[in-house]
Ligand binder design. Structure first.
Ligand code: WTA
Length: 703
């Protein structure tokens, strides 16, 4: 570590990996793969960019064909399939009716094991989407371009509502159900929604949670920011039985199941939308300010998720595909709803917790439904491995294909996934991408490119990643050095903008490496992903994690600024800093450090208030593991909190050089009190890898 404030960026630190062995796909998989001829790599080579993406566009049905595949006239606001018109709901539902109306589109598994599985055929899905669309149009008066906020958990009503919106060209903005009412309220305001669609309750860990109460909180927050919601549509988890303790507000709240009776058998013609019309917003956390509303397009996005689901998930119409993510995240939008349904396959949704009521649940579902393709995140894999390492062997399921997404996966966890969950007979794809990207960016083509534990693989078809140093020079493949991973070219799934904040969009993703702001050549506009990565000699990327102030907890992006401002809503708190702590199961967890206003003394009550404030402002997923009240934060002479020092304390690593601190004397006291309490609780991290140590030691360099 260098001796001044301008520490070497995390991304530049040399990391020494053990190169992992390659795994080749089973012959049986290759024999049936959607992509088994390497000629596809040639078709999607840089020479054929951007026209190669015609192949993805052609997987959809268009009302009008496009005239320009990629329009780069206003960088970096790329436009794909310009002149084309289509409807996403039509492509995910109607077009399958002719051949497959009686086939299961969605299989929904409720959390309680004794409850019946719900199967929606394509015909039933069509009916329900149409009725809902009729209601949104006629009761709510919604029309193409309007935004609607959804705050729905993993129930079939969520994809039904999304597809009903898409049918009308209404832009849905789904907020993960685990987010708090306040977090939902902020997103309602930002998106300018005047309708909120929610549900009374849903099951988590065997308990029917009250969810409707969050709607009132959301509306209050939206109102305080200046947005009035006119209508709250409330689905009921069990139609006819209201499960929430919160009263319905007359004139504002309505039960969807009741109201739908008036729209029975109605059919709504799908609205033909321009390819560049927005399909949905999905909010995500970044390094500064409030969450960003990533705006995704209709034609580009839908083509991209359909193409990547076909070639990387290897979805065939006859597969039973199960992605265990939540639709409240981008993975669920792209790879539970839009990609699989566009390909006309059967997509499985599970309401609850993977380990409820025990660590065998997931494998029982897979066995019973005959799941062939399975998709989940490292956090879930680690948890299932810890709680039931022998469970998969007890069940007679056979996956041909498995995905991992959302966080770096440790090679030994990858091997358990491959050997035990996949029974050595499934291919594994490690898919690297982000909310902003619409679909995969880095992965292996499962029938063609071998797998390497811990590496996502090369750039996907038509996507050309590069690792750059701070000056914008390419970091050589195989150099053993890391840098910032960027994508050299636009691709159809990329976000169009940050909703309502085009300047922020340019600044966050393009400013750092743009070579010429006046250039209309896409080659001058590399996309900055915000992840550190290393490229091996064979062209495979190993993703190291975020280089900005985002902590990835169990695959969920939490902005440190959001955590810190939530803590500052507690009146006693003067200063707050969030740091990541390496965790065996969840990848990273959050610890908060706070200092109090003068004259106040630390108490458990105050630290509980900080944790509660974070739960209120963001949601339970963000709840810190510990809140440490310290007499003073370690600071530079210019008054900046040195987050790497407290991160080092929380992780039991060397906090690094302290000579630039204005108050180095506070460090030892903090270290002593924090670490002795952790030791007493047995809360000590496992031995960290050199790369993890480097991450902690350079944490917060962006300050
Ligand atoms: C991380 C989730 C390593 C990365 C689809 C990225 C990964 C952030 C991987 C985006 C992977 C995602 N290997 N890290 N396969 N996939 N990440 O927006 O840091 O919720 O920037 O999108 O997750 O998270 P997001």
């Amino acid at each position: 570590m260098s001796g001044n404030d301008e520490v070497v960026s995390e991304a530049q630190i040399a990391v020494h990996w053990r190169e992992e062995e390659l795994f080749y796909p089973p012959t049986r998989f290759v024999g049936q793969a959607n992509a088994s001829d390497p000629a596809i790599l040639e078709r999607f080579s840089e020479d054929n960019f951007p026209e190669c993406f015609k192949e993805y566009g052609d997987l959809l049905e268009w009302d009008h064909y496009w005239h320009t595949t990629l329009d780069t006239s206003n960088p970096p606001f790329w436009k794909w399939f310009v002149g084309g018109k289509l409807n996403a709901s039509y492509n995910c539902v109607d077009r399958h009716l002719k051949r497959d109306r009686n086939k299961a589109a969605i299989v929904w598994v409720p959390e309680l094991e004794e409850d019946d599985t719900v199967i929606l055929t394509y015909q039933e899905l069509y009916q329900r989407v149409n009725e809902m669309a009729a209601m949104l149009r006629d009761f709510c008066g919604l029309k193409a371009g309007d935004r609607v906020t959804l705050h729905l958990p993993m129930v079939p009503e969520l994809p039904i509502t999304m597809l009903a919106c898409a049918r009308l060209g209404v832009v849905h903005s789904e907020v993960f159900a685990g987010f708090s009412g306040a977090a939902c309220g902020g997103r309602i305001h930002d998106s300018g929604s005047r309708v909120l669609i929610t549900i009374d309750g849903y099951y988590r860990n065997g308990e029917l949670l009250d969810h409707k109460e969050k709607a009132d909180e959301a509306l209050a927050v939206a109102k305080s920011e200046g947005s009035e919601v006119e209508q709250v549509l409330v689905w009921r988890r069990n139609p006819g039985k209201y499960a929430s303790n919160t009263p319905m507000v007359a004139g504002r709240d309505v039960f969807v199941d009741e109201l739908l009776q008036s729209y029975k058998h109605q059919v709504v013609a799908p609205v033909s939308m321009p390819a560049e019309a927005p399909l949905f917003l999905m909010y995500t956390s970044g390094s500064t300010g409030k969450p960003k509303g990533c705006q995704h397009s209709t034609g580009g996005y839908l083509s991209y998720v359909t193409g990547t689901a076909k070639y990387y998930q290897d979805i065939h119409p006859e597969d039973t595909y199960w992605c265990l993510a939540d639709i409240g995240w981008i993975t669920g939008h792209s790879y539970i709803v839009y990609g699989p349904l566009s390909l006309g396959t059967t997509t499985v949704m599970y309401e609850g917790v993977p380990t409820y009521p025990d660590a065998g649940r997931v494998w029982r579902i897979a066995e019973r439904l005959g799941v062939t393709i399975f998709h989940t995140a490292p956090t879930t894999i680690r948890m299932l491995r810890k709680l039931g390492p022998e469970e998969p062997k007890k069940y007679n399921y056979h996956f041909k294909h498995m995905t991992t997404v959302g966080e770096p996966i440790e090679p030994e966890v990858w091997r358990w996934y491959h050997d035990v969950v996949g029974k050595n007979e499934a291919v594994v794809v490690d898919t690297w991408w982000q909310t902003e990207n619409g679909g995969f960016l880095g992965s292996t083509l499962p029938g063609i490119q071998p797998m390497k534990p811990g590496s996502c693989g090369p750039g996907v078809l038509g996507v050309f990643p590069v690792v750059l140093d701070e000056e914008g020079n390419e970091v050589e493949a195989g150099s053993g050095r890391a840098g910032n991973i960027c994508i050299r070219n636009p691709w159809p799934g990329i976000l169009q903008t940050i909703y309502g904040q085009p300047d922020r969009f340019v600044q966050v993703y393009y400013e750092k490496y743009c070579r010429d702001k006046n250039s209309k050549d896409w080659r001058d506009w590399p996309y900055f992903a915000g992840d550190g990565a290393m490229k091996a000699a064979d062209g495979y990327f190993r993703i190291l994690g975020r280089v900005d102030d985002v902590i990835n907890v169990a695959g969920h992006r939490l902005g440190t600024k959001e955590l810190e401002s939530a803590s500052l809503t507690v009146p006693e708190v003067a200063e707050a800093a969030a740091v990541p702590v390496i965790d065996e199961i969840r990848g990273r967890v959050v610890e908060m450090y706070v200092s109090l206003k003068p004259g106040l003394s630390p108490s458990k009550e105050i630290s509980d208030k900080v944790a509660a404030a974070i739960e209120v402002e963001i949601g339970k997923i963000a709840r810190p593991k510990n809140v440490w009240i310290v007499p003073d934060m370690p600071k530079t002479r210019s008054g900046k909190i040195m987050r790497r020092v407290i991160a080092g304390i929380s992780n039991f690593t060397d906090p690094g050089d302290l000579t630039t601190l204005a108050n180095a004397e506070v460090v030892e006291g903090i270290r002593h009190s924090v670490q002795s309490e952790k030791l007493a609780k047995g809360d000590v991290p496992r031995e960290l890898s050199p790369q993890e140590v480097a991450e902690i030691q350079s944490y917060g360099h962006a300050d």
